[in-house]
Ligand binder design. Structure first.
Ligand code: HEC
Ligand code: HEC
Length: 303
């Protein structure tokens, strides 16, 4: 009898331990998925947040059948306050959004999930922050209507092109379209020799190697003495995107850039491809530009 109880006890402990293990494994997998998403710099959709955070940690109390505090997190529309449920999100403003605020609290009635449930990981909190900061999009397909269009997002930059700096271009253009392959920190570092035989784009300085970016020069023809166009100089990165359209490589499932992204890049190069606008804005010198339609009349003096 004692032996039987012993075996039973042992089995119970074993089952309990492995259940705990697989739960931890699951959490770790989720965190890995989130971290990958965050470092890719890609758009985050509600579905992704739902699968990796809300479903397992919040729905128990915040679904239509049982919605504590009139908060319902079971669909995108309910989370944003449809059907008289309380809105938990201010788009673009995580710090004002109760969905983010409550997950930052560590005590009190508003701390979410409540203190008798297991807390969210740092990655899960970061994901909620980033999702809201990007505009709390429902879906992230090109037809998405829930966030601002790229045009709206870029509007202020197009109106004040001298304010465009590396931070903006890197985030809006390079991270999304190029750095998978052209950075050692990307998802596919140096894919097929993208850095070694192509172009290093890992940081600001690297962009200028091999004429990747030449400030104020998009594509220029050099006219030889015999009057023939001989050599093109200018920014190789711009050329690969906008002129020859060989990058990003569509044969690997990447899409060519849309017009607004190309325009952002073009305006940045014409305005000397600066690194950080905040550090130089006090002594901008703007020149009249003859091609005023494309460059909004004025550009920075790169000399
Ligand atoms: C065990 C049940 C339970 C779970 C799980 C839970 N909540 Fe709550 N939630 C509550 C209760 C109860 C309230 C009302 C608290 C109060 O009295 O202010 C609430 C309120 C809220 C509010 C409104 C707070 C305010 O003051 O505006 C938000 C937002 C919220 N929860 C988000 C979440 C999120 C996000 C999760 C998952 C990460 C979550 N909750 C998980 C029970 C839960
Ligand atoms: C899927 C991986 C991948 C992505 C994404 C990618 N590239 Fe490339 N790129 C390569 C590879 C591989 C090469 C090297 C080709 C060769 O010369 O053998 C290359 C070469 C280049 C070159 C040098 C050759 C040339 O055409 O002038 C430039 C410049 C370049 N890429 C820019 C970009 C830019 C800008 C982006 C983003 C808009 C981008 N690439 C996105 C893989 C990629």
């Amino acid at each position: 009898m004692m032996k039987l109880i012993g075996i039973l006890f042992f089995t119970l402990v074993f089952v309990a331990c492995s259940a705990e293990h697989s739960k931890n494994d699951k959490k770790q997998n989720v965190d890995e998925r989130i971290q990958q998403k965050l470092s890719s710099g890609g758009d985050i959709s509600f579905d992704f947040v739902f699968q990796t955070v809300l479903q397992d940690n919040c729905l128990e109390c915040h679904s239509s059948s049982r919605s504590d505090s009139n908060v319902n997190l079971s669909t995108y529309d309910f989370t944003l306050g449809a059907s008289d449920f309380k809105s938990t999100v201010f788009k673009f403003e995580p710090d004002k959004s109760s969905l983010y605020q409550t997950t930052q609290l560590t005590s009190g009635k508003r701390a979410m999930p409540p203190s008798d449930r297991s807390p969210l990981s740092q990655a899960q909190k970061d994901l909620i922050f980033k999702w809201i900061e990007q505009g709390a999009k429902g879906v992230t397909t090109p037809g998405d209507k829930s966030g601002p269009s790229k045009g709206e997002l870029f509007k202020t930059y197009f109106e004040n092109p001298e304010t465009i700096d590396y931070q903006v271009v890197n985030k809006q253009v390079f991270v999304k379209n190029c750095l998978d392959c052209h950075s050692n920190d990307g998802l596919k570092p140096d894919f097929e020799g993208a850095i070694q035989y192509g172009q290093d784009m890992s940081d600001y300085k690297a962009l200028f190697t091999d004429n990747g970016i030449v400030p104020n020069k998009l594509v220029d023809y050099v006219v030889n003495q015999d009057g023939r166009l001989r050599k093109k100089t200018g920014s190789r990165i711009y050329k690969s995107i906008a002129i020859s359209q060989t990058m990003p490589p569509t044969e690997y499932g990447y899409k060519l850039l849309d017009g607004d992204s190309m325009k952002l890049l073009r305006l940045w190069i014409k305005n000397c491809a600066i690194e950080d606008y905040n550090s130089i804005k006090d002594n901008d010198t703007l020149l009249e530009e003859d091609d005023s339609d494309r460059f909004n009349g004025k550009v920075r003096d790169c000399s």
